[in-house]
Design a protein around this ligand. Structure first.
Ligand code: ASP
Length: 302
């Protein structure tokens, strides 16, 4: 059995603002990333390669809030966070507040595989990217007209989610490969109008991203501060491992009880040890796609 699930952010698009043409573009972007990840598994590739390929594809797509098209910080620049984790040895790598790394998920993977560390931030992370030969770009590469308009709107006291489609749109992927190895990856530009240096849940291992073989792999999206406080991804994994909840029960408890009690909302994709996929959200929608070796393939928004 092998399977993959991806997300392109939760809570992002008020239904009435999504035109058919725009919806199709989101669906196409999700499908391309999903199939890229799935093909990796199909060819015998590992789950780490599958989630890296899927997330890189979403980072390169300006529709989503990661890589090109990232939400902009207060000073008008894009500041990016990403993480990756594998379930066999539970190795993890993450980067935060980088401004010039074209594909932050690739840098997170380098941190995991080529450094003695788990989380690198800012200038130190970018120095490491340079040493590892990763593509660096001017910050303008990430900034789209739409994100500029959203930042202006937020600065003017009008929350972007009321006005624009895709105010969030963080991306992530979870996968199980034929060897039984689980992996998770998440990448984001964070929240529009955030302070410089603000770090969300995506690169915090156990908050927005987590994987453990024999249990589950999790990638989250939503209001990061709440996911950090709930230690969301690890909460789900621990509920399955120690309390015997099904993956679906654990995800629902996290989103609809724990997070709700704190006042937060968002979405989660998760894959269990058997390859079973759970996608769930407490927002109006979540861009998502799932595909597995039983022939199941779906792209959904609401
Ligand atoms: N979780 C991300 C963050 O807070 C944002 C999102 O998922 O849209 O940085």
């Amino acid at each position: 059995m092998h399977s993959i699930a991806i997300h392109g952010g939760a809570g992002a698009v008020p239904r009435h603002t999504l035109t058919a043409e725009r919806e199709q573009r989101y669906r196409d972007g999700l499908a391309a990333a999903l199939d890229l990840g799935y093909d990796t598994l199909e060819k015998g590739g590992c789950s780490l390669d599958a989630v890296t390929a899927a997330v890189r594809s979403l980072e390169d797509n300006p529709l989503f809030n990661a890589g090109c098209g990232a939400a902009l910080a207060r000073d008008g620049a894009a500041e990016l966070d990403a993480a990756i984790m594998e379930g066999r040895q539970q190795r993890a790598g993450a980067v935060a507040a980088v401004r010039h790394v074209r594909n932050p998920v690739e840098l997170a993977r380098k941190v995991m595989e080529k450094s003695r560390h788990v989380l690198l931030v800012g200038a130190g992370a970018e120095e490491f990217a340079l040493e590892e030969g990763l593509a660096l770009v001017p910050n303008a590469y990430f900034r789209t007209e739409e994100r500029r308009a959203q930042l202006e709107s937020e600065r003017g006291g009008r929350p972007v989610s009321d006005l624009f489609p895709s105010s969030q749109g963080t991306v992530g992927a979870v996968a199980l490969d034929a060897a039984g190895d689980l992996a998770a990856a998440t990448s984001t530009g964070g929240m529009t109008n955030k302070r410089q240096g603000r770090v969300g849940d995506s690169p915090i291992i156990g908050a927005g991203t987590y994987a453990k073989n024999g249990v589950c792999a999790v990638s989250a999206t939503g209001h990061g501060e709440y996911f950090i406080r709930a230690v969301a991804a690890h909460h789900i994994c621990a509920a399955v491992e120690y309390r015997g909840l099904t993956l679906s029960e654990a995800v629902r408890e996290l989103l609809h009880q724990k997070l709700r009690e704190l006042g937060g909302s968002g979405g989660v994709i998760a894959i269990g040890r058997d390859g079973g996929i759970v996608t769930e959200f407490s927002t109006e929608g979540m861009f998502r796609g799932i595909r597995d070796s039983s022939g199941q393939r779906r792209i959904d928004i609401y």
